[in-house]
Design a protein around this ligand. Structure first.
Ligand SMILES: *Cc1c(COP(=O)(O)O)cnc(C)c1O
Length: 452
C-alpha cells in the first residue's frame, strides 16, 4: 500500500497571511447568504463553507513527494559494481548494511532476505512452527504476515485489536491461546508499537515465541528502545512503499541464541554457511544480493530523518484533533515513537449525518491526501481463507485433522469496525507542520459540518 501525497497548492493571494485570508473570506461569507448553522460561529475557519461546496480549502500548503534516493545510493551502487562478486555472504555491501542496521537496532543475528514476507517465513521456521501449530496474529495486516505460517503448515489464529491502536489486544490474544499455540506475531501497524510488555509477559507465561512484524515500523521506538528488542525475532520489510527500501527486500534479526543462528539457515536453503556440512534443515532460497544491500546501506543513513519528521507531524495531527466530537485519533503510547507509515483515525458513524465515504470526499476536497480504510476486509475474510484453499485448493492440515480452524466462523468484531470506520491520512517525511495543521483544520471543518 502506498502513501502518495499529492495535492495542488491552494491559491492564497500573495501579500496576506493565511489567517487574514481566512478571516477575510469568512467575513465575505457572513455578508452573503449563510446557513444559520454556519453563522453561529462564523469567526472560526472551521465553520467556513466546505471546499466540496465551493468554499476555500482548509489545506493551503501543497504536499510534495519525498525524494527517496539519490547520490548516497549511487555511490554505494558504484562501489558494488567494482566488486568481483555480488553474492551476499560476507559481501562488502551486505556487511556495511548489517553494521548500519545494528547501529539502529542492536541485535546480534541479522539475516538479509528478499522481502518482509521472506523475513516472516524465516522467523516462523526458526521458531519451529510445524503442522497444526497455531500462531496468533492480527487480522489487519499485509498477507505477508501469515504466508510463512501457512507454508510451514501452521495455522494463523486472528485475535482482535485495540479500538484506536489497531494493534493486538493482549487480553484477546490470551483468550485465543490453546495447547497448540506456539507463537505470537505482533504487527506494529502503521509503525505504532504494540503493547510489547503485555505480549511478552503472555508469551513468557505460556512458553510462546514472540515475533515482531516491524515491516511498517522502521525507526519506531517502544518505551524509548528501538523496535525489535522485546520480541525473540523481529522482521522488517524493504518493499518500495516502506519507510526505506531497495525495491524489494527484508531483514530478520534476533538476539536469542536459540533462534538467531537459525535465521541464516532458514533464509539460505537450509545450508549452514558458518559450519558447513550436510543439509539438516529444509528451507527455500530467500537470499538478498549485493545490489539491494548497497541501496539499503545508503537508505539506513536516511532513516532517522525520515522517521523523526513523520513522528513529529503525526503526533501534531493527534494533538490537533484530540477532543473533536465523533473523531477517534490514532492512539500511540506517550513513551513510544510511531513512524506513521500512514495516519489512521476513526469516526463514530452515529456522530455524523453522512457516511465515511462522504466524509473522505469532503476531506479530499479540502486538499487532504486521504482515503477510506486500509485493507478491504480482515485477512480471514478473503476467499482463499474462507475456502481454506491454500495448496491447490486444499488445506492438508485440516484434511489430516491437525486443525479444526474454520475461517468462515472466525470473529474479530473490533477489526471489522476499524476497517469500516477508519480514515487514512497519507504521511511522508517532507510534510510540514503547516500542512498538517491544514489537515487538522480540514478534519475539524468536515466534522463540524457533518455533525448530527
Ligand atoms: C509490507 C508488509 C509485509 C510484507 O512485506 P513484503 O516486503 O511486501 O513481503 C508484512 N507485514 C506488514 C505489516 C507489511 O506492511
Amino acid at each position: 500500500m502506498h502513501s502518495k501525497p499529492s495535492s495542488p497548492a491552494a491559491q492564497v493571494p500573495s501579500g496576506i497571511s493565511r489567517r487574514e485570508f481566512l478571516a477575510t473570506s469568512s467575513a465575505a461569507l457572513i455578508a452573503g447568504s449563510l446557513s444559520p448553522e454556519t453563522s453561529l460561529a462564523a469567526e472560526s475557519p472551521t465553520t467556513a463553507k466546505l471546499a466540496l461546496n465551493g468554499g476555500e480549502k482548509a489545506v493551503k500548503t501543497s504536499v510534495k513527494q519525498a525524494i527517496r534516493w539519490g547520490e548516497p545510493e549511487r555511490e554505494r551502487l558504484n562501489a558494488m559494481l567494482g566488486q568481483d562478486t555480488l553474492f551476499y555472504w560476507k559481501g562488502p555491501q551486505t556487511t556495511l548494511m548489517i553494521e548500519r542496521f545494528k547501529n539502529i537496532c542492536p541485535l546480534k543475528y541479522v539475516q538479509p532476505c528478499s522481502s518482509g514476507t521472506a523475513a516472516l517465513h524465516i522467523a516462523v521456521a526458526a521458531a519451529g512452527i510445524g503442522p497444526g501449530d497455531e500462531v496468533i496474529t492480527s487480522p489487519i495486516t499485509d498477507i505477508g504476515t501469515v504466508i510463512g505460517v501457512i507454508y510451514q503448515q501452521g495455522v494463523p489464529v486472528f485475535a482482535d485489536l485495540g479500538a484506536s491502536t489497531y494493534n493486538l489486544d493482549p487480553a484477546d490474544v490470551e483468550r485465543r491461546i490453546t495447547p497448540k499455540t506456539k507463537a505470537i506475531i505482533a504487527v506494529h501497524l502503521c509503525g505504532n508499537p504494540c503493547d510489547l510488555r503485555a505480549l511478552k509477559a503472555i508469551a513468557d507465561k505460556h512458553g510462546l515465541v514472540l515475533i515482531e512484524d516491524a515491516a511498517q515500523a522502521w525507526g519506531a521506538k517502544h518505551r524509548g528502545q528501538p523496535i525489535g528488542n522485546v520480541g525473540h525475532i523481529t522482521c522488517f520489510s524493504l518493499q518500495n512503499s516502506k519507510h526505506i527500501t531497495c525495491g524489494d527486500g527484508g531483514l530478520v534479526a534476533s538476539n536469542d541464541e536459540r533462534f538467531g543462528p537459525l535465521l541464516q539457515r532458514f533464509g539460505d536453503k537450509g545450508s549452514d554457511r558458518v559450519k558447513g556440512g550436510l543439509f539438516e534443515l529444509f528451507a527455500t532460497n530467500y537470499r538478498m544480493s549485493e545490489p539491494q544491500a548497497a541501496v539499503v546501506a545508503a537508505q539506513l543513513e536516511r532513516l532517522e530523518g525520515i522517521v523523526s519528521q513523520r513522528a513529529k507531524v503525526g503526533n501534531l495531527l493527534t494533538e490537533q484533533i484530540t477532543g473533536l466530537p465523533g473523531v477517534l485519533p490514532h492512539q500511540v503510547h506517550p513513551e513510544d515513537r510511531c513512524g506513521y507509515w500512514f495516519y489512521f483515525f476513526r469516526i463514530k458513524p452515529e456522530a455524523f449525518r453522512y457516511n465515511r465515504a462522504e466524509f473522505v470526499k469532503a476531506l479530499a476536497a479540502e486538499g487532504v491526501e486521504t482515503s477510506a480504510g486500509y485493507i478491504p476486509v480482515p485477512l480471514h475474510r478473503n476467499p482463499v481463507f474462507l475456502k481454506h484453499g491454500f495448496f491447490a485448493g486444499r488445506w492438508p492440515v485440516r484434511e489430516l485433522g491437525l486443525t479444526t480452524m474454520d475461517y468462515s466462523k472466525h470473529q474479530t468484531p473490533e477489526a471489522e469496525a476499524i476497517l469500516q470506520t477508519g480514515i487514512r491520512i497519507g504521511i511522508n517525511e517532507v510534510m510540514t507542520e503547516d500542512y498538517i495543521s491544514g489537515v487538522a483544520e480540514a478534519i475539524r471543518k468536515v466534522a463540524r459540518h457533518y455533525a448530527v
